[in-house]
Design a protein around this ligand. Sequence first.
Ligand code: MG
Length: 155
Amino acid sequence: MRIGFGYDVHRLAEGRRLVLCGVEVPYSLGLFGHSDADVAVHALMDAILGALALGDIGRLFPDSDPKYLGADSMELLRSVIGKMRERGFLLGNLDITIIAERPKLAPFIEKMRENLAAAFGCDTDRVSVKATTEEGLGLAGAGIGAHAVVLLEDV
Ligand code: MG
């Protein structure tokens, strides 16, 4: 088995969509970034790449490359999952914690789990997505952060 951890933060900005685990969450602000800035999927990709010791998404999908401008992070995730499979690994389970003061994410969590499970081709019982605040402290007041842990199984 292999374990991997990923962490990412993006700041909130006007005139941007808020996309988390491929779900567009209605909100007055969105996450700023070169791609769609899906911070949860970015943390998840870094966790998978970490488990495989393949570096990080900055190396794989550099934000200096116009090819990734406005990129769909779920599509990038499918490419990372492809690398995982090529090396003979399957997802054991994953656990993501999204840190956001607002908006409330509870109504969107199940759809996020379904999106990720579909990308891996696994059951949703291997996919956990949670949301928390930092009680007004920490980084997340001005943005949204995410932690991700994955366990990969050698098959
Ligand atoms: Mg990022």
